[in-house]
Design a protein around this ligand. Structure first.
Ligand code: ATP
Length: 237
């Protein structure tokens, strides 16, 4: 089943058209990645899915139902959760409070408790630092917290916008391992990345975006071995 589908989606900032007819599908259980250079429109695609931007044409479907133009909190309630670019955790709240905030739309106290234990198990650093202000964490720990918070919302599909941005290589690898684990445990993933090499390694399917359009798509391994993609996004190797 297709969890998420974009059909000919167009979006604009004033008279600058950032999305020029995007078609993209995210099947249940898979990791789909959207790669492309700075300014290609990847973040705009995420914002449009989340209802932060309203498409000027086309449609966004979740489980076949249109969510285009819906309010963000209603989209979250349906099971679509975004880990935004730049982490955006609540710096002056503790690690634990940030995680609890992630579950604010749930009312299954038992399930929330269970998921908090699972997050602490998967992220021992967050467990150790649960009483600490989030703003005092390292960049990598803050990204882990942002992902942990999204897990607490119990999403069906998790959108990640540049989760590896600004992080050291070792931490980047940990982040990608976590994304793979989250997917294995049953969450569908749409991953936006500039680190195309890593993204293509963990993804099932990939879309390549340039100036507001999808210019290529296919199984991630095929996209990774395409000479044009190699030259443009994988350092020509
Ligand atoms: P990045 O990796 O730099 O975030 P991106 O692929 O996510 O790049 P977008 O941020 O979606 O790209 O930007 C797509 C286009 O829309 C760019 O030309 C950008 O300059 C423009 N744009 C983005 N945000 C705004 C804004 N708030 N106002 C005007 N134009 C914007």
């Amino acid at each position: 089943m297709m969890l998420l589908e974009l059909k000919n989606v167009e979006a604009a900032y004033g008279n600058i058209k950032a999305l020029k007819g995007i078609n993209l599908s995210v099947p249940e259980g898979k990791i789909v990645t959207l790669i492309g250079a700075n300014g290609a429109g990847k973040s705009t695609t995420m914002k449009t899915i989340m209802g932060i931007m309203k498409p000027i044409a086309g449609d966004v479907l979740f489980k076949g139902e249109s969510i285009a133009g819906m309010k963000t909190h209603n989209i979250v309630r349906k099971g679509v959760v975004l880990v935004p670019e730049g982490r955006q955790i609540l710096q002056n709240m503790t690690v634990r409070e940030n995680l609890e905030m992630g579950a604010y739309q749930r009312n299954d106290a038992e399930g929330i408790k269970e998921d908090l234990s699972k997050v602490f198990e998967r992220f021992p650093r967050l467990f150790e630092r649960q009483g600490q202000f989030a703003g005092t964490l390292s960049g990598g720990e803050q990204q882990m917290l942002a992902i942990g918070r999204a897990v607490m919302a119990k999403p069906e599909v998790m959108l990640l916008d540049e989760p590896s941005m600004g992080l050291a290589p070792l931490v980047v690898q940990q982040i990608f391992d976590v994304i793979k684990d989250i997917n294995k445990m049953g969450t569908t993933v749409l991953l936006v990345e500039q680190n195309a090499r890593k993204a293509l390694q963990i993804a099932d399917y990939a879309y390549v975006m340039e100036t507001g359009k999808i210019v290529m798509e296919g199984p991630a391994q095929e996209v990774a071995s395409n000479p044009d993609v190699m030259a443009a996004y994988l350092g020509g190797k």
